[in-house]
Ligand binder design. Structure first.
Ligand SMILES: Cc1cc2nc3c(=O)[nH]c(=O)nc-3n(C[C@H](O)[C@H](O)[C@H](O)COP(=O)(O)OP(=O)(O)OC[C@H]3O[C@@H](n4cnc5c(N)ncnc54)[C@H](O)[C@@H]3O)c2cc1C
Length: 279
């Protein structure tokens, strides 16, 4: 039997009610024994304390290996280094190192004058602090700000050369784009695993909106699948689960062995997909 490993991404909730709900979700997903779970860092570092607390809690309460996302936005190197040292001291040894975006996404990103300018610089900085496991972001359909496909690939290579040991992709629905990206990466000297980030769809309209912002292509077939379906209904949920299983099955057939799920803090869609793919 092929061994499939998974990881789950959560975001830090804003209220105690949502926090309690997320802990239930984490408890439901923990028996799937993910390789790690990760917790996002709000735009501009707005969730700094909540990210930290949640990572700590997932690790201590559920015995999950938790990774903290960390971005460069609006923060000095000194502050980031302090956060990283704090994580290391608490036995949080896996960081997802990111550049981040301007808090107001409509304005261009500007590096902090005393900060780490790009993810590559952050990876290098983290490496000087401790021997963190470091994951970075990758873009099968190219980062919207990249000059071109090769420029984006070169950037990923720089992150690898600076010490990243895994890339996790932006979500995508076009498997062909991901597989082509992986082939191109190998030809560009990228040897770290490029883990596909999969988004089970809980709201098709919102997923399309987000896909538009990050340049992810939404295939016609997927549009057809969700046409006329109302989010929250059983029919919608069944379609979402089937679509995610279909996507992951195809990738598994093409050699993928680790799947990273953007859970949106829900277990109901992710759980059946994991069970189907691991079985
Ligand atoms: C798996 C994953 C998790 C994420 N988690 C979070 C999160 O928790 N919080 C959050 O705020 N965002 C998160 N993001 C979004 C991410 O912050 C944005 O996509 C951001 O725009 C780019 O971040 P990066 O780390 O890929 O940047 P980088 O790898 O630094 O590069 C992004 C772009 O910047 C430009 N660039 C890079 N280096 C240079 C250079 N030396 N000179 C000039 N231009 C350069 C290039 O155009 C490049 O394409 C995540 C994305 C992914 C895929």
């Amino acid at each position: 039997m092929t061994t499939i490993t998974t990881s789950f991404e959560f975001f830090p909730p804003k209220t105690q009610v949502l926090q309690d709900a997320l802990l239930k979700v984490a408890g439901a997903l923990a028996p799937l024994k993910p390789s790690f779970v990760s917790v996002t860092y709000g735009a501009g570092g707005t969730t700094r304390d909540r990210t930290h607390a949640l990572v700590d809690q997932l690790q201590t309460q559920f015995g999950l290996r938790a990774a903290a996302h960390l971005t460069c936005v609006g923060t000095t190197r000194g502050e980031i280094d302090m956060i990283a040292r704090d994580y290391w001291a608490k036995n949080i040894t896996h960081i997802v190192a990111l550049r981040g975006d301007a808090p107001d996404m409509s304005t261009p990103y500007v590096p902090h004058p005393d900060g780490y300018a790009y993810a590559r610089d952050l990876v290098e900085g983290l490496g000087k602090i401790a021997s963190f496991e470091i994951s970075v972001a990758a873009y099968p359909e190219t980062h919207p700000e990249a000059k071109n496909v090769q420029d984006d690939m070169d950037n990923l290579k720089r992150k690898q050369d600076a010490g990243a040991t895994r890339a996790i992709t932006q979500f995508f629905f076009d498997n062909h784009a991901y597989l082509q990206f992986c082939e191109h990466a190998v030809k560009s000297g990228i040897t770290i695993p490029i883990v596909p980030g999969l988004l089970p769809i809980s709201n098709f309209e919102k997923a399309c909106e987000f896909a538009g912002k990050c340049g992810a292509h939404v295939p016609k077939q997927l549009k057809k699948t969700f046409d006329g379906l109302v989010p929250g209904t059983d029919a919608f949920k069944a379609a979402a689960i089937n679509a995610a299983i279909e996507q992951a099955t195809y990738l598994k057939k093409h050699g993928v062995r680790h799947f990273h799920y953007y859970t949106l803090n829900r277990a109901d869609l992710v759980m059946p997909v994991c069970r189907a793919i691991e079985g």
